[in-house]
Design a protein around this ligand. Sequence first.
Ligand SMILES: [Zn+2]
Length: 306
Amino acid sequence: MHMTEGRQDQGAAFPLAKLRDDAADRRQANRAIGVSAVGLALTGIAELLIALLTGSVGLLGDALHNLSDVSTSALVFLGFRVSRRTPTVRHTYGYDRAEDIAGLGIAVVIWASAALAGVESIHKIISNSGTTHVGIGIAGAAIGILGNQLVARYKLVVGRRIGSAALIADARHSWLDALSSAGALAGLVAVALGFRWGDPVAGLAVTGFICHVGWEVTRDTAHRLMDGVEPEIIERAEAVAAEVPGVLHAHARARWTGRILRIEVEGWVDADVTARDADNVGRAVADAVEAAIPEIGSFAWSARAA
Ligand SMILES: [Zn+2]
């Protein structure tokens, strides 16, 4: 769980019993993301310079993709920093949503780079302009493949060591990005073999790739900002809450704010139960829900008289 430490005293009648202390893991993850971002930035800049030299739009698209991935890491980091701020009287739930807002910024960056890569590719097809220094261009695409592969392997090793699903998913993303670089490479090889259109066609393929990433980021961010949650979380919370002695019936709601999973349970108790006992039932529900859903970051309970 991230950033729940120090939060539990605020407004929490039901502090979660145990919070996994994964500060060391988090440091390792942050380090892996930082080192990867520097590696990708160098890769992207090298590709961008070679794209400008050669006029290759496939390489341009791939460079923009890599650089937008770097800005993604920067925004995630920024959102992460802001989200750690403690709640105030104006923002009583804290600043976790900063990460979701950062997601919107990331989506804008990705769509803008897709638009630029797409426009340049179409322009190159229409103007039928050529590619120069094709050998250097091929080397640039090879740098793209290598850079992404190295970053992917690094994230995978660290992700497996600390058991971070996010980092492993990120490694997969970088692995797929190496495919995008391979697309740019294929286009340039086609040009070297005498097919002028190879590069702009590769440029369009890379653009499609960027659009795909843009769509995924936009969908996920919108889902969270709309308080979307995995239905299994609700099913599990309601099932375990209903089994706690004293609970006659339970309804659950949940949403993510940034990385914090907030679960609210409304439980029906016998009308004769005292407020103190209803409170104790709530504590038992908090423990049960936490045991069943370890990713929980915040819990709220309200008792209803049946
Ligand atoms: Zn990417």
